[in-house]
Design a protein. Structure first.
Lengths: 212, 443
């Protein structure tokens, strides 16, 4: 049984971020594993050690402030969850919650710019050869070179929205890690639609059509 | 002198466009503003100026208001749909202005882009400003709806009377500021729901005290009869409210008395009518006159088209990419039909303005609502067909119902031979035409 929580799900859901838990749950079930997804609202208690994977998405700056006030009380719980190998995926500006002047789980500093950063991105990681693709739409920046923070089983990126939908390799990587001590057959997960969609985004002809 | 020259040059550009059969409605204004950036300053505008802004439906609402004013004997200048930036507004003025510097009309009605409102109201002060809605829309350009709210707020002049959707906590937030305000709304009707379906909403918490908002019912997303359990932030009874909607006759009633026949009972259509009704009433037009000018035969509908071929119904629902609200309303409408059905999804271009590859908004659309035994097939067509197919699969809809098509050209045979039930095209506006053409090919 894999337990997933989408925390602050009614506050931080600005850019289709809910797609990530849908993709995880769908493909975990394909392997024969039982899965639960708890959509945890702002203000509800979060019991971190109950979960295998925590997801947190992006929000408006006002909503992110509300989430920040609330999440600070969980700092010790989150540190313990991290050292116990718990998974955490943060998309969009929720990365800002984990840096300096916030939870301080990482030592990056957030600065706010006048202009928003809006762009397609390709991210190279140590996880596998091919690029992780995504889209950024945010005002803050952090003082780190890498576009995805990877530490223990925490993955944080400014990339917004359905990161795991767009990157079946990443979903597969996470699912294999989550299920490594179980009997579930990870080869049963079928990513063929996602893989074709990934290929579409690599197709330059399409970009030319759109640019006409 | 600058005004005179600007007017002269602008009118000449219009004339040149006409001679060359070239039609770019914003260009004369753009050209004149390049030469004279303050051209719009010292102009004598009509006594009555109405502006409409918001994420969806501002073009339709502007047209409805302008046409109704004309029908009630007023002369009106209004901008063409989409020409809603400063240049488009300048073109409208140039087209209508006299060399004396006067716009000799009874009223000026302008559709205004949310982010350009502040540049337009710098020169033209509206008596009335309608704010239809603020939803997630074109995120690469707009950022998010809080940012759009702030941009609109910057553009509201002190003495302007604002008219907003009172069912939407996002637009209700304008009541926290100083302007005179009038609300329109819709009471509970057949498409409203009380159960807490798991959809993505733009606002869940009170903007005054951060308590979670309670709802008696919702029309979609955050829109409905809301109330903060801790403070006074609440829907309250709208000043102009659609109090009943008759599913069979398409007759709607405003404030329990005025009857209007609507073209289609899609929620945004109803809100556009309610918004228009409010302004027309505030302007002083008698209720019976408003009703007759808003009746279906006068109000064109762009959202919905129904066709019948070989005893099967085909319905085109016109949605906007990068705007989940338009899709969610189409999905809610489709889900109300409990008979066997097929849905067709697709788009050609994500945006006409930029080339970003961002389809994240597909996950803000509640396709899960359509996942039942009545849904027989889902056609995913166009360059992004696999992105749509993935979304549909993740909504829990069985993969064997999904049909992948490279595009919608000549898809009539596929509709006929491979699908069942009423066919709903829940389509971006750039895929409406190929859908309709394909349906028309069915003999």
């Amino acid at each position: 049984m894999i337990k997933i929580a989408n925390i602050y799900y009614d506050l931080l859901n600005l850019y289709g971020d809910t797609g990530n838990c849908k993709a995880l749950a769908y493909h975990l079930r394909e392997t024969g594993e039982e899965v639960s997804v708890d959509n945890i609202r702002f203000g509800d208690n979060i019991n971190f050690n109950e979960y295998n994977l925590i997801f947190i998405g992006s929000g408006t700056e006002n909503n992110l402030k509300l989430a920040l006030e609330d999440i600070l009380k969980y700092k010790d719980d989150i540190l313990k969850y991290k050292s116990n190998g718990g998974f955490l995926i943060a998309t969009g500006n929720s990365i800002e919650l984990f840096g300096k002047s916030a939870l301080e789980i990482f030592d990056y500093t957030v600065t706010y710019n006048d202009e928003r950063i809006v762009r397609d991105v390709c991210i190279k990681t140590s996880l596998f050869d091919s690029d992780i693709i995504g889209f950024e739409n945010h005002r803050g920046t952090i003082d780190r070179e890498e576009k995805m923070i990877l530490d223990d089983n925490f993955m944080l990126t400014y990339t917004i929205g359905p990161l795991l939908v767009r990157n079946p390799k990443l979903t597969d990587y996470i699912i294999k890690k989550l299920l490594k001590d179980t009997d579930s057959d990870t080869s049963k997960a079928d990513y063929s639609f996602e893989e074709k969609a990934y290929e579409t985004s690599q197709n330059t002809d399409l970009k030319n059509i759109a640019a006409e | 002198m600058k005004r005179f020259l600007g007017t002269l040059i602008g009118k000449m550009v219009f004339l040149a466009e006409k001679i060359m059969h070239y039609n770019a409605s914003s260009f004369p204004g753009e050209f004149v503003l390049k030469l004279f950036p303050d051209y719009l300053r010292n102009i004598k505008y009509p006594e009555l100026v109405i502006m409409v802004t918001g994420s969806c439906g501002k073009g339709s609402t502007t047209r409805i208001i302008a046409d109704s004013l004309r029908e009630n004997g007023m002369t009106v200048a209004h901008n063409l749909e989409g020409s809603n930036l400063l240049s488009g507004v300048a073109s409208t003025i140039i087209k209508n202005i006299k060399f004396s510097g006067k716009v000799p009309k009874d009223a000026l009605v302008l559709e205004t882009d949310e982010r350009y409102l502040k540049f337009i109201t710098k020169y033209i002060k509206p008596n009335y400003l309608v704010i239809n809605n603020i939803t997630r829309d074109q995120p690469p350009r707009q950022g998010d709806f809080d940012i759009v709210f702030g941009e609109i707020l910057k553009g509201i002049p002190e003495n302007t009377h604002i008219i907003v959707n009172g069912d939407d906590p996002v637009t209700k937030k304008f009541s926290l500021y100083k302007n005179d305000i009038t609300y329109f709304g819709i009471d509970k009707f057949f498409a409203s729901y009380e159960n807490d379906i798991n959809d993505v909403r733009d606002i869940n918490y009170c903007p005054k005290c951060s308590a979670r908002l309670d709802y008696k019912y919702r029309h979609y997303g955050s829109v409905g009869d809301f109330r903060c359990p801790k403070c006074d932030f609440a829907r309250n009874t709208p000043d102009f409210c659609i109090t009943s909607v008759d599913k069979d006759t398409n007759e709607i009633t405003v404030n329990n008395k005025s009857k209007i026949t609507a073209n289609e009972l899609i929620l945004f259509n109803l809100y556009n009518l309610a918004a228009a009704y409010s302004v027309l009433s505030l302007v002083g037009i008698p209720e019976d006159k408003i009703s007759s000018s808003l009746n279906a035969q006068h109000v064109q509908n762009k959202i919905y088209k129904e066709m019948v071929k070989k005893d099967r119904k085909y319905i085109a629902l016109n949605c906007k990419a990068e705007n989940n609200a338009t899709y969610n309303l189409a999905v809610i409408h489709t889900a109300l039909d409990k008979s066997p059905k097929t849905i067709v999804l697709g788009l050609r271009e994500i945006s006409r303005r930029y080339t970003f590859f961002d389809l994240s908004w597909l996950y803000d659309i509640n396709f899960e609502l359509l996942n039942d035994d009545n849904l027989k097939n889902v056609i995913c067509a166009g360059p992004y067909r696999y992105d749509f197919a993935t979304r549909i699969m993740l909504a829990g809809i069985p993969k064997d119902k999904i049909i992948i098509l490279e595009n919608l050209d000549h898809a009539g045979k596929v509709f006929e031979e491979q699908t069942q039930g009423t066919v709903y095209g829940i389509l971006n506006f750039d895929y409406i035409e190929p859908f309709i053409n394909s349906v028309n090919e069915i003999e």
